[in-house]
Design a protein around this ligand. Structure first.
Ligand SMILES: Nc1ncnc2c1ncn2[C@@H]1O[C@H](COP(=O)(O)OP(=O)(O)OP(=O)(O)O)[C@@H](O)[C@H]1O
Length: 405
């Protein structure tokens, strides 16, 4: 018995070391791809989108280059874009999530992660984030992955998961998990850490994926209800789901705090250009200001600038501790492929390009500013990443297999 117990201890120790190594290489892989990633998803043409006869498709993707996208602007002119990753219209929810999954794992390891869906109204932001019952989106898949990782690590780590959810409409914050959607404010935490907090925001501890699914449904219902009360539509507000993961290493007592912020942004369309007035104009200006502020923050972070303008909107101020240096961000820019939306599609892609171009300052040199990968284009780097991710999914894979070809 004592021999067996010694052998067990030995094995557990070896397993711990392997897991630590796996985490280290996982982090290196995420960094290899870039801590700020800009992805684009092209919405498929649905029957209900084709209001006018003969509407043509003006957005094309390249089957041989998963970072490229082209928009036909009219009169035979086209504009090519190169982003970190482009999903063609037939891409599944699972394929989109695979690109995000490493970030969710990073959150369990103590990183702060933000995932945004950006785009004009109707371009598929909510579909990508929430999805449907049969085909759930990033939110549910991320949470499922989170709880399954926590289960896998239960012999070595314990985790506490808390959830909160807010909506930002006209620069006002509302709690989506409270009954009456009370207004909230962002304040400096009086505990002296200098961190921000939101007094009165409900933080709910969750024990299982099923529990969190109920909370997601409640937040969704509340978003619709509060929206109806204020005579507005949810597409004009930002919806945030914020998950905090506190980890404790059972052997050493070491602690980690990870955060995962999943954000369905307000529609990015330029309504003020169509002569909007009064409340509608104020609303449009607020949306525009906060999306611009978000673009400025991501651009400044990617450009490694000294001053990051977090305070220019509620959204960036609230997410300040998750967007800052050393954290990870993915922006999924949603676009329509139809001719009637070409103006908004170009605007969304220019926004994407603005935040994407910065790291190396060269659109075709890819976002991976680390030594050894600078000469690769995004497509090649993505392929290396895919191979490596497949390898690291095996927790005990030998390190030698992780070296990029
Ligand atoms: N990839 C897709 N596959 C199938 N259906 C999609 C896809 N993307 C979006 N849709 C459908 O298109 C419609 C509009 O999408 P969605 O509501 O997600 O847009 P949105 O950008 O969130 O709009 P809003 O700003 O109004 O919230 C929905 O009916 C959605 O189910």
């Amino acid at each position: 018995m004592s021999e067996m117990s010694e052998a067990n201890k030995d094995l557990l120790e070896k397993y711990r070391k392997e897991v630590a190594l796996r985490r280290k290489y996982h982090e290196q892989l995420v960094e290899l791809k870039g801590n700020i990633r800009v992805l684009c998803r092209v919405k498929p043409v649905l029957k209900e989108d084709q209001h006018e006869e003969g509407q043509s498709v003006v957005v094309t993707t390249d089957p041989n280059n998963e970072s490229a996208l082209s928009v036909l602007k009219g009169q035979g002119r086209s504009h090519d874009f190169e982003l970190d990753r482009v999903f063609h219209p037939q891409a599944t929810q699972e394929e989109v999530f695979q690109e995000i999954e490493p970030l969710v794992t990073s959150c369990i390891d103590g990183y702060h992660v933000c995932i945004f869906a950006y785009g004009q109204t109707g371009s598929g932001k909510t579909y990508t984030m929430e999805g449907s019952t049969e085909n759930p989106g990033i939110n549910q898949r991320a949470l499922k992955h989170l709880f399954s990782e926590i289960e896998d690590r239960k012999d070595m780590w314990t985790y506490t998961v808390t959830v909160s959810s807010v909506e930002i409409y006209n620069e006002v914050l509302r709690d989506l998990l409270s009954k009456d959607g009370e207004k909230l404010d962002i304040k400096i935490n009086p505990d002296g850490t200098g961190q921000l907090h939101v007094p009165g925001l409900r933080l709910i501890e969750v024990k299982s994926f099923q529990h969190i699914k109920k909370l997601l449904a409640q937040a969704r219902r509340n978003r619709i209800t509060f929206g109806t009360q204020m005579n507005q539509h949810s597409s004009r507000s930002h919806a945030l789901l914020m998950i905090t993961v506190l980890g404790t290493d059972l052997a050493s007592g070491a602690k980690t705090t990870g955060k995962l912020n999943l954000v369905d942004l307000a529609g990015s369309e330029r309504v003020w250009k169509s002569g909007a007035e009064g409340e509608r104009l104020k609303e449009a200006q607020n949306i525009n200001r906060s999306l611009l502020a978000l673009g400025d923050v991501i651009q400044a972070l990617r450009g490694k600038e000294k001053h990051i303008p977090f305070r220019n909107s509620r959204l960036t101020y609230l997410l300040q501790d998750s967007l800052g240096k050393g954290n990870k961000t993915a922006m999924v820019v949603q676009v329509s492929a139809l001719e009637s939306n070409v103006g908004e599609t170009m605007c969304s892609l220019k926004f994407a390009e603005r935040v994407c171009k910065v790291e190396l300052g060269h659109p075709t040199s890819c976002s991976h500013g680390r030594p050894g990968l600078q000469g690769l284009n995004r497509h090649a780097a993505n392929q290396i990443h895919q191979q490596a991710i497949t390898t690291t999914n095996n927790p005990l894979c030998p390190v030698s297999q992780l070296v990029a070809p």
